[in-house]
Ligand binder design. Sequence first.
Ligand code: GTP
Length: 282
Amino acid sequence: IQWYPGHMNKARNQLEEKLNLIDVVIEVLDARIPSASRNPMISELVGDKPHLIILNKTDLADPVMTKLWQKKLQGPRTLVMAMDAQHNTNMQALITLIKKAASEKVKKLEERGASNPIIRVCLVGVPNCGKSTIINRLVGRNVTMTGDRPGVTKGQAWLKTPYGIQILDTPGILWPKFEDQEVGYKLAAFGAIKDTIFHADDVALFVIRQLRQYYPAYLAKFANCTKDKLENIGDTDLLLAMTQNNGMREDYDRFSLFMLQRLRKGKLGRISLDWPSANNEN
Ligand code: GTP
């Protein structure tokens, strides 16, 4: 499946050009799918620069999984923090961590006589993982991003923060294509790729399969049935039953979209669909 829009390609090239000006690369992952929302090109992009990973949307993710991922992603040059940018009051921790990541460079500049050198960072991540929200928090106001929205790519600018940190106003980047359809379904389930790329009912069926396996109680609650009943009904029949129970007759496309919206908002429960043990990160 080829779903890497041209403007993202352009954005990536622009980002690569600016990388030598950047002190810390901040990779924003959706804490519910840290593996699927990772960009396979990220290590290439980061090189040996300090790297900070934010597991965002932790309010929606399974807290046990988030803890495991935090441990797993931590590396010699990689700092990891979990946050909920939407409701977060935890900005100070992020600022501290950015400064920690950039400390070597800051020390060098200070030794050369600079006082309070500026730290330059960029945020990268798949669409919808919360980059703008985090940037707005850091900047202290709502800034309009130039990136990522078709036709609005007007080049990049440095956004100033009150903390001696400047942020590259950068679009989200994604990989050109994915071989693994499961990765695509996970991205679609949490809204990182457009609903038009997959059929909503295929994504909903994927979600049902995953929930059945890993969060059966949440699925039973959402379907308003017992666990026993759940075990005795197939995925498609379950989707149809839920569609009818919600007064949508046989319009399971419409119900699928409804279900995905509920999932994305955390209304089915705090759900993560990537397990650190099954993947080989870093
Ligand atoms: P693109 O511009 O598409 O690349 O998205 P983005 O990565 O800049 O994401 P954005 O900040 O626009 O956030 C996407 C949606 O997620 C918005 O509706 C945010 O309000 C919401 N959001 C961001 N962070 C969090 C979070 O930590 N928790 C919750 N619940 N929602 C969040």
